[in-house]
Every structure is written in structure tokens, then in C-alpha cells.
Design a protein around this ligand. Structure first.
Ligand SMILES: N[C@@H](CCC(=O)N[C@@H](CS)C(=O)NCC(=O)O)C(=O)O
Length: 219
């Protein structure tokens, strides 16, 4: 299927989403590590709009934005395991929640992690209200994808391992059993899923990197 390159950054949950699908499908590719503090001409050339990772290069053509890349991979390498349900309605629902998490929940969660005092309490309550929709969506299920990991599970990966590390660094308690019990249960299932577990980035190194970025954030 030609030459596949992934421009990514170590520890980036958005890069990780794509890496998981490439690995699941056994797609051979070259991984190019990007220095986000000193962006390369390769990244700037192929993602001039957002200047962010991940970017997938397929036969020299660039695709940016992790959810768009996932869609592209699913449509290009149709064989092998898929993150998307077969039924078009279920696919649309999965895409809806993935988009909702990225566009609505992540900014709210980050806001709570970067603020302090009353402002943090308000931001935290707002984020919890938004996450309740996802908590309800996964109620009674092992994964958002049912018994197996699907698009929404991969899309929410930031909300599991990565956000847990951020929360620990800044002393934030946002995803708790009393407020979001089903999401807590999902996080437990997700991070302990064998495929996920063996591919998670090292916690110590990730903590160091996030501490550098969040060093001055409220505790
Ligand atoms: N919506 C984008 C978000 C990508 C993103 O935020 N990438 C981060 C790393 S996780 C990045 O490249 N940050 C560099 C920057 O913001 O300058 C996607 O889904 O791919």
C-alpha cells in the first residue's frame, strides 16, 4: 500500500491514537519523532494550518488531525481489525462522541487543570457536567465499543492515563467514583486492557514532561 510515515511526538496522546491503529492493523510505517519545542520544516510543510502532530504521510501525501487520520486509515486499509462499528448509525454515534470529547471535554478538563481556587472549582464542575454524558454512554458496557476497544475508547485515551498523570501533578480530583462512576470503571478496564497496557508510554517520563509544561500551574 505504499510508503507510510507518521510524524509524532513521544508521549502525545493524539499521536498514540494513530500509533495504536497502525499497530492493530499491522501497517508497516516509519515513525518520525518531532521536537515540538523546535518544529521541523517537515512538520511545518505538511501541517501548515495547525503545526501539530500527528501527521500521516501516505506516499508523500499529508493527512493531519488524529481523528481524520484514523478515518483515512480505516478507509484505506479496510482489512484487519477496525475501530469503527459496521453499522452506519453506530459509526456516526462513535464519531459524534469522539468529536465531542476533543472539542468540548478536553478544553474543559485542561482549564480545570490550569486554574486555581474558586476558578478551578467552577471549571471542575463544568468539566464534570460535560463528562457525565460520556459516563452515561459507557454505563453497563466494558468499553464504549462494547466488548472490544473502538474509536471512542481510543479517542478518550487522553481522559484515562494522560489526564490521570496531569491531575496528579496539579493536585486535581476531577474524574472520581462518586461523580463519574462509569467513566472510572472504564478507565480501569482501558488501562488494564493488555494491548493498551503494553503500549502506554512510561509514566515516569511522561510525568517529567508534563511537569515541565505544567510546572507553574496551580496546585
Ligand atoms: N486536534 C489535533 C490535536 C493535536 C495536538 O494537540 N497535538 C499536540 C501534541 S498532543 C501538538 O502537536 N502540540 C504542539 C503545539 O500545540 O504547538 C489532533 O487530533 O490531531
Amino acid at each position: 500500500m505504499g510508503e507510510v510515515k507518521l510524524i509524532g511526538a513521544w508521549g502525545s496522546s493524539m499521536t498514540w491514537r494513530v500509533q495504536m491503529l497502525l499497530k492493530m492493523k499491522g501497517i508497516e510505517h516509519e515513525y518520525v519523532e518531532e521536537d515540538l519545542a523546535n518544529k521541523s520544516p517537515l512538520l511545518l510543510q505538511h501541517n501548515p494550518v495547525h503545526k501539530k502532530v500527528p501527521v500521516l504521510l501516505h506516499n508523500g501525501k499529508a493527512i493531519a488531525e488524529s481523528l481524520v487520520i484514523i478515518q483515512y486509515i480505516e478507509e484505506t486499509w479496510e482489512n484487519g481489525p477496525s475501530l469503527l462499528p459496521k453499522n452506519p448509525y453506530d459509526r456516526a454515534v462513535a464519531r459524534f462522541w469522539a468529536k465531542y470529547f476533543d472539542e468540548t471535554c478536553i478544553p474543559a478538563m485542561l482549564k480545570a487543570s490550569k486554574t486555581a481556587g474558586e476558578e478551578r472549582e467552577k471549571a471542575k464542575e463544568e468539566a464534570i457536567e460535560l463528562l457525565k454524558f460520556l459516563d452515561n454512554e459507557v454505563k453497563g458496557k466494558k468499553f464504549f465499543g462494547g466488548d472490544t476497544i473502538g474509536l471512542v475508547d481510543i479517542a478518550l485515551s487522553f481522559g484515562s492515563y494522560w489526564f490521570d498523570i496531569i491531575s496528579e501533578i496539579v493536585g486535581l480530583e476531577l474524574i472520581t467514583k462518586d461523580k463519574l462512576p462509569n467513566l472510572c470503571q472504564w478507565i480501569d478496564e482501558f488501562v488494564n486492557h493488555s494491548f493498551v497496557k503494553e503500549n502506554l508510554p512510561d509514566r515516569g517520563r511522561l510525568t517529567q514532561i508534563f511537569t515541565m509544561f505544567l510546572g507553574s500551574a496551580a496546585k
